[in-house]
Design a protein around this ligand. Sequence first.
Ligand SMILES: Nc1ncnc2c1ncn2[C@@H]1O[C@H](COP(=O)(O)OP(=O)(O)O)[C@@H](O)[C@H]1O
Ligand SMILES: [Mg+2]
Length: 318
Amino acid sequence: MKKIGILFGKERSFPHGVIERINSKKIDGIIAEPVSISKVMQGEATDYAVIIDRISQDVPFYRAYLKNAALTGTAVINNPFWWSADEKFFNNCLATKIDVPVPKTVILPSYEHPDDTGNESFSNLAFPMDWEGIFEYVGFPAYMKPFAGGGWKNVYRLDSLGDFYEKHPETEQLVMMLQEEIIFDEYYRCYCIGGKHVRIMPYEPRNPHHLRYVADFKPTKERLKQMEEIVLRINQYLGYDFNTVELAIRDGIPYAIDFCNPAPDADIASVGQENFEWVIETAASYAIERAKAQKPGQDNLTWGKYISNSATKKALYK
Ligand SMILES: Nc1ncnc2c1ncn2[C@@H]1O[C@H](COP(=O)(O)OP(=O)(O)O)[C@@H](O)[C@H]1O
Ligand SMILES: [Mg+2]
């Protein structure tokens, strides 16, 4: 029997929906259930062939549990090692190397010193930094948002330099990206599962939360194909099994705005019935595919092209 476990936090509709969907398929030798953890011992395998992780970004204990699970043969969706390494600024940097259009973006040292550091800890930073060059490159209006974050937390829209000087102190020890605003005609949120299944959803971020998936625009066939290619390229390079990409269309060009969402919102109340059905069915089928392919005791993770291209270089140690 191969077990598929779902690890989740407060959310309910998606985890239970996926479990029910997998079990309703009545596939010989495969069952799904919520993950249950009673102890975690180094180097010891879990009962799960596959775990769909929806919460370890908020629970460091779970992240450590998942790395041990991965080491001992569980196919964890998404790869917990990559997720630990990844953040939004790096994703933008990578995008510039794989021909994915992204807004002009810089990263800023945190406004306040990190705990246990002081002025003398920063002798590698020019004083002052080239703020003029930074502002000239990004321009205003701009967005300022954490390099690692989500859920619209600490996301600022800045009209002017004055706005920046007023808001930056509020971010305290957070490391922020400063990013050109893309003034868009259309906006899309796109699920990508298994680096191959894409669902493109018109999304109107300027609407109140419950109406964001009610947009009055639809992509043309060409736009759809163009966006699908971008979404696939991003996810295949990063190596995410389950992620969303937000695309803002300006002058016919889709700019990738937010593509580091490895536990993307999949709640029926926000995405709506049709998108929910797609994400449940696709996640369930994909988890089954991974369970069938899983080989006990081996590495069953997905490693994206960025990492696998590097890993195929000659190893330094014999
Ligand atoms: N560069 C940008 N141009 C235009 N809108 C943006 C930009 N960055 C963020 N936004 C808006 O702010 C919202 C939240 O920012 P986002 O980068 O998605 O962060 P989070 O990970 O918190 O969702 C986006 O959905 C979008 O509506
Ligand atoms: Mg977002």
